[in-house]
Design a protein around this ligand. Structure first.
Ligand code: SF4
Ligand code: SF4
Ligand code: FES
Length: 226
């Protein structure tokens, strides 16, 4: 098959981004494999920079905009684009470092700020919430489509809400109070429940279910106790 790639390139933050067009003739494969072929061939002297670790939908590193949609490049087959044009760009909610590489540290800062850990003994969760939430790849695709998330804001988006749901479901009473307070500040007040995050999550995490459970545990039960 013949694919026309239009790839956003930029050597460093000082340089202006530009689009590099090229054509690739190959068998059907994933976008990451296509990038490897391009980097080993036509662009061997100036390879495209992008992040990748597992090539198996396990690490979240290869998240990028593919024809405008946030996706994992190792989970996108060339045959999914029958028009034969694939546009690649870096995620836009994070600072662009170079080519398709972004700095996602703001996501981890959100987790630290929320206090995303257990201080007491873990309580056994029989609802399946902890297991569901543990599948989060920290890829950042959900933040890309979240209308309420912006870097530096007080709302941390689904990438932090999902791990928060896990901790809330496993927290003991004392820890639960700390997490409930932080949840109210950083998720409940900011989330518009649009659920765009659910539509794009490459791990298929049901953010709606996690939201409902965490709201019940962290907000509504607290209101009832008042
Ligand atoms: S919730 Fe889904 S989209 Fe968001 S960071 Fe986790 S795996 Fe990625
Ligand atoms: S439900 Fe909407 S506002 Fe809430 S985290 Fe998901 S995309 Fe963002
Ligand atoms: S390379 Fe790990 S998820 Fe794509």
């Amino acid at each position: 098959m013949k694919i026309i790639f239009e790839i956003q390139r930029r050597k460093s933050v000082q340089d202006k981004p530009y689009i590099r067009k090229l054509t690739l003739e190959t068998q059907d494969t994933t976008v990451v494999e296509a990038l490897d072929i391009i980097n080993a061939g036509e662009l061997a002297d100036d390879p495209i920079q992008w992040e990748c670790s597992c090539k198996q939908k396990k690490c979240g590193a290869c998240a990028m905009l593919i024809n405008g949609r946030p996706r994992l490049a190792c989970d996108a087959m060339l045959s999914e684009f029958p028009k034969g044009i694939i546009m690649l760009a870096p995620l836009k909610k994070f600072p662009n470092v170079c080519d398709l590489v972004v700095d996602r540290s703001v996501m981890y800062d959100g987790l630290k700020h929320f206090g995303s850990w257990l201080e007491g003994e873990a309580v056994c969760d029989d609802t399946g919430i902890a297991y569901e939430a543990s599948r989060c790849l920290q890829c950042g695709c959900c933040l890309e489509v979240c209308p309420n998330y912006y870097a530096g804001g007080e709302f941390f988006g689904a990438a932090a809400l999902v791990p928060a749901s896990r901790q809330i479901s496993e927290a003991d009473k004392t820890d639960g109070k700390r997490l409930a307070k932080a949840y109210n500040e950083h998720f409940h007040k900011g989330c518009g429940k649009s659920l765009s995050c659910k539509n794009v999550c490459p791990a298929g995490i049901d953010t709606e279910r996690l939201l409902v459970r965490s709201n019940a545990a962290a907000v509504w039960r607290r209101e009832k106790r008042k």
